[in-house]
Design a protein around this ligand. Structure first.
Ligand code: RFL
Length: 384
């Protein structure tokens, strides 16, 4: 098995295959240090954590992660809490930075004898429509190497090489630009809240996400085509203070050193089917979703589990039922997550079209005021 990409998807797959005794090699463009320090996600669904735990991959996570069962919507300076855990069997999110997930997965894989090649360049896929595909790449010292495999897993993210190796027309690509842009900010600041905050403000959405005791993530909706250069640290904090402010409350936002600022492309993209010949795509290589609802890494982990189960079944008995249904099983969850994310995007952003803006407001009022709507939110937010 050749796996391209050592992100959460590729490394989870690698670990599960290794545990099943299926030999695999993971090819990663970055260094080990790069992947272990790349901050991205932080919110994990309970099912994803249970899956990692079943495979002995969540020991540190279970010790260190915070658990969250409520979030807060702020509208016109008023706070509304939604206790989604109590609405969904007591299930909670786990807050654990993605780079820590990656660190744990690399350690488990390498300590178990796993083969990861870091710093590889120019990965190329060959004969993916045959039962004997291969991968070639250039090592850090310039040597070209080759791996013959039975299957290739494309876990190299949205901009990777594997999806682009599929001939045009063999897969269908669904893409949607949400017409919204966020500035994503990571700061060395302790969280100013115990729960995620979604603030709706006339100047645009603002979010306060939790990552760790010393680092927090924030989001600001910014005009489409805005650039990071327009956002000095002072302007970022001023805007966050303004949009997150509460009336009649002594709540305040704690500032810290900003360590990352980037514009987020609020785009969704899904590939159907998620396999072609001997190539199976997983995680962001097959689908991306807006960060609203915190689903991307969770979907990546689900894909990895489904693919590992299918490959293990095939390896043990020659039964390819799991491989044939891989794409369908994953896509059902992917589309459900896309629908939920879109539902939330619509609710927490004010549209330039006044009618749509009022519909979004009505959706939020329904969520805050109705048990049925809150139940839908809870189930999809914490993970179906
Ligand atoms: P990754 O993590 O992008 O890993 C792909 C790996 O492949 C390598 N690679 C290559 N290697 C070899 N050859 C090539 N040609 C290669 N091209 C790329 C890369 O170096 C990398 O190591 O994909 P994967 O594994 O599918 O994981 C997906 C997640 O990273 C992603 O969905 C999440 O980060 C999305 N996301 C969130 N997901 C959640 O579930 N919960 C969250 O709270 C959450 N918050 C977020 C997020 C994404 C964000 N950004 C940056 C878009 C917050 C943010 C700000």
């Amino acid at each position: 098995m050749g796996i391209v990409g050592a992100g959460p998807a590729g490394l989870t797959l690698g670990n599960l295959l290794q545990q099943a005794g299926i030999p695999c090699v993971v090819l990663e463009r970055g260094s080990r240090e790069y992947i272990e320090t790349r901050p991205r996600a932080g919110v994990m669904e309970h099912r994803a954590v249970q899956m990692l735990s079943r495979h002995g991959l969540a020991d540190r996570l279970l010790q260190e992660a915070d658990r969250h069962g409520a979030c807060e919507f702020r509208v016109d300076g008023q706070a509304y809490e939604v206790d989604y855990s109590s609405l969904y069997d007591g299930q909670t999110h786990y807050v654990y930075p993605q780079q820590e997930v990656v660190k744990d997965l690399v350690a488990a894989f390498v300590n178990g004898g796993g083969d990861v090649r870091f710093d590889v360049q120019d990965v190329a896929l060959h004969d993916i429509e045959s039962p004997a595909p291969s991968l070639t790449w250039t090592t850090a010292d310039g040597t070209r190497e080759k791996l013959d495999c039975a299957f290739i897993a494309g876990a190299d993210g949205f901009h990777g090489v594997t999806r682009r190796s599929i001939p045009p027309g063999a897969i269908q690509e669904f893409s949607h630009q949400h017409g919204i842009e966020w500035l994503s900010i990571l700061a060395e600041a302790p969280p100013s809240t115990h729960k995620v905050i979604y603030a709706l403000h006339p100047d645009g959405f603002a979010g306060h996400m939790l990552r760790s005791a010393t680092v927090s993530r924030y989001y600001l909706q910014v005009p489409v085509d805005d650039t990071v250069d327009n956002w000095s640290d002072e302007r970022v904090w001023a805007e966050l203070h303004k949009r997150l402010a509460l009336r009649d409350s002594d709540w305040s936002l704690t500032e810290g050193r900003i360590i990352e600022k980037r514009i987020l492309d609020m785009r969704s993209h899904v590939v159907e089917p998620m396999n072609h010949g001997s190539l199976y795509l997983l995680g962001d290589a097959a689908h991306i979703i807006t960060p609203v609802g915190a689903k991307g890494m969770n979907l990546a982990l689900h894909d990895a589990e489904v693919l590992a189960t299918a490959l293990t079944g095939y390896h043990r008995t020659g039964d390819d039922t799991g491989l044939r249904s891989y794409s369908e099983v994953c896509l059902r969850r992917v589309w459900r997550a896309q629908e939920f994310s879109q539902w939330m995007v619509f609710m927490i952003h004010r549209s330039p079209e006044p009618f749509l803006s009022r519909l979004g407001q009505a959706r939020l009022e329904h969520l805050i005021g109705s048990g049925a709507s809150a139940g839908y939110f809870a189930q999809n937010y914490v993970g179906p």
